[in-house]
Design a protein around this ligand. Structure first.
Ligand SMILES: CC(C)(COP(=O)(O)OP(=O)(O)OC[C@H]1O[C@@H](n2cnc3c(N)ncnc32)[C@H](O)[C@@H]1OP(=O)(O)O)[C@@H](O)C(=O)NCCC(=O)NCCS
Length: 153
């Protein structure tokens, strides 16, 4: 697994207006995606991260509301061609830094095999565990993960 040179990629916050780029990328993975207006509102209300390669969005993550001091990682995605090169790890680290800077104490997220995907759905549990997330709920289809930020309990 070769690690890619950081300078090839631009990591940046995303903003309302970027929802079509996000959904165009996400449709390579899930045909039944979210309404653009919903994503637009999340980009307006919460931090997000995009990674660009030669001007094209190849990965993203955005937050959504969970509780006043806990934020939900609504989605994280890296285009198939660019996976396993450390981009997801960098995206989630930046997301954690944004959440911590806003005073959130923890991140929660759900990883579910229940969604219909274009490509065979791979379980992302290993990715979350590798990045310090604890699996606090497990059903046949879904896992809920949490991570405390900056040692908060
Ligand atoms: C999950 C996803 C975002 C990971 O992004 P990525 O860029 O491929 O991940 P990275 O290369 O940064 O991997 C970071 C670490 O997690 C590990 N990892 C990545 N995907 C993994 C998986 N499915 N299972 C186990 N470990 C995994 C890597 O080996 C790496 O370990 P290392 O730190 O020892 O090198 C990406 O695979 C993806 O977009 N998948 C499809 C969408 C999806 O499932 N999103 C999650 C929805 S909840």
């Amino acid at each position: 697994m070769s690690k890619l040179a950081d300078k090839e990629f631009e990591f940046t916050k995303l903003h309302p207006g970027d929802e079509e780029k996000i959904l165009t990328l996400y449709r390579t993975y899930r045909t039944n995606t979210y309404p653009p207006q919903m994503v637009r509102q999340l980009l307006a209300d919460f931090p997000s991260v995009g990674v660009f390669h030669k001007g094209a969005l190849i990965g993203f993550s955005y937050f959504e509301y969970f509780a006043p001091d806990i934020i939900e990682l609504g989605n994280i995605f890296v285009h198939k061609e660019w996976r396993n090169a450390g981009l997801g790890k960098k995206i989630i680290a930046l997301m954690e830094a944004h959440a911590a800077a806003l005073g959130y104490k923890a991140i929660i997220l759900t990883n579910s095999l229940g969604y219909e995907t274009v490509e065979p759905k791979e379980h992302a549990a290993g990715f979350y565990k590798r990045n310090g997330y604890e699996n606090v709920l497990h059903t046949e289809q879904s896992d809920v993960f949490v991570k405390y930020l900056s040692g908060a309990q």
